[in-house]
Design a protein around this ligand. Structure first.
Ligand code: COS
Length: 390
């Protein structure tokens, strides 16, 4: 049976996240966007409520929410403010490789750290010359006795300037392409430098930094999974986080849709509210359909994960469609507002800027299409290592 009804627990979780978005995020979102201020106070409140680290299993102190539950939270955070929401959700991206590839001890130490006390972790994959082409990375990790020494720079790192530790991808075999990449958990110390905070178009409340590892040493136990298997770990991580990112895009679109519908009922032109004009009605109708379709894709891709199935195809469908929907709906919301939509005093201008990154981070819309085309035209058997014992 296919049933789209949420359980009472899921409805309560969504309500709690919505309440948080409405009371703690919305009132400060435009101010943080204007100033690019770090929203630590809001993050700490999210941590206290369990909206941060929701994915961490109970045995490591987290609530152990399902992927489906995670999408309910992330849609509401996206509705509240996707800049602050991205910072709240970032621990999920950074810790997925630990949950997948970390030893019991590593999981206890690093997942436990985030649940015992407020703390942040960042996912370090992208480099200045290696964005979509992950294999082109230059950061190296050299084994020296019982430790690895890391050297190199990572860019566009969410929460990078404030993270307590990082999950870092580095070349352990420079000549082996994607089969020469390994993943590590790297605590922040004096050898880790924050070189640059980006001044962004949108999601300005989230911190985005360049992080450099200068002869940074980690014990060999900090290797996640097997040596030279890091690329697969990165792909498996993104399969697991893209449904949540897509949910956040749905939240942005829903916020823009609500503002546009309310405005269209108030704004009078040619003697009637503009909602009475078919030109506006058709835009509103298309927004509603696209949001509904995007949410269904998000839920399907999350449920597949909860059922233990590989969701590479459905997570790319969801990420691509939801991100493009957020961009289209926010652009059309500005259109519904007319000239006022272009003015910072009105809310939809921020949403349009925020939406753009959804088509870029965690895999551009073009990369999602590439994955969809490969999975559709050349389906192949991808062996996922068995999940590490939870
Ligand atoms: N799960 C597990 N393994 C996977 C996988 C997945 N979803 N996708 C690919 N793999 C494995 C393949 O099976 C292959 O394994 P073998 O070494 O055993 O052959 C290996 O990974 C390489 O796969 P592929 O040939 O598809 O790699 P490409 O270099 O062609 O890269 C893309 C594939 C472009 C899809 C990948 O580099 C990518 O996702 N890039 C975008 C990165 C991104 O999202 N960056 C955003 C920053 S993170 S915030």
């Amino acid at each position: 049976m296919v049933d789209f009804t949420l359980t009472d627990e899921q409805k309560a979780l969504r309500e709690m996240a919505h309440d948080f978005a409405e009371k703690e995020m919305r009132p400060v979102a435009w101010e943080y966007d204007r100033d690019g201020t770090w929203p630590e106070e809001v993050l700490r409140k999210a941590w206290e409520l369990g909206l941060m680290n929701s994915h961490i299993p109970e045995e490591y102190g987290g609530p152990g929410a399902s992927y489906m539950d995670g999408t309910l939270i992330e849609e509401e955070l996206g509705w509240g403010c996707s800049g602050i929401g991205t910072s709240i959700a970032c621990n999920g991206l950074a810790t997925a490789p630990i949950a997948l590839g970390g030893s019991e001890e590593t999981k206890r130490e690093f997942l436990g750290r985030l649940t015992e006390d407020f703390g942040l972790a960042s996912f370090c994959l992208t480099e200045p010359d290696a964005g979509s082409d992950v294999s082109g990375m230059r950061t190296t990790a050299t084994k020296q006795g019982d430790k690895y020494v890391l050297n190199g720079s990572k860019c566009f790192i969410t929460n990078g300037g404030y993270a307590d530790f990082y999950t870092v991808y580095a070349k352990t075999d420079k000549d082996a392409g994607h089969r020469g990449i390994s993943a590590f958990v790297v605590p922040r110390d004096d050898t880790v430098t924050v070189d640059k905070k980006e001044d962004k178009m949108g999601q300005r409340a989230s911190n985005t930094a360049t992080i450099t590892f200068n002869e940074t040493e980690v014990p060999a136990e900090n290797l996640l999974g097997e040596e030279n298997h890091g690329f697969k770990l990165a792909m498996m991580t993104l399969d697991r986080t893209r449904p949540g990112v897509a949910a956040m895009a749905v939240g942005i679109a829903r916020a823009a849709f609500e503002y546009a519908t309310d405005y269209s009922k108030e704004r009078v032109q040619f003697g009637v509210p503009i909602a009475m004009h078919q030109a506006i009605q058709f835009m509103i109708a298309d927004m509603a359909t696209d949001i509904e379709a995007a949410r269904l894709m998000v839920w399907k891709s999350a449920v597949e994960l909860d059922q233990g199935r590989r969701n590479t195809l459905t997570s790319s469908h969801a990420k691509r469609f939801a991100a493009d929907t957020a961009m289209k709906v926010t652009t059309d919301a500005v259109q519904v507002y007319g000239g006022y939509g272009f003015i910072k005093e009105y809310p939809v201008e921020k949403l349009m800027r925020d939406a753009k990154i959804m088509q870029l981070y965690e895999g551009t819309s073009q990369i999602q299409r590439l994955v969809i085309a490969r999975e559709t035209l050349l389906p192949r058997r991808i062996e996922e290592p068995a999940p590490a014992a939870a």
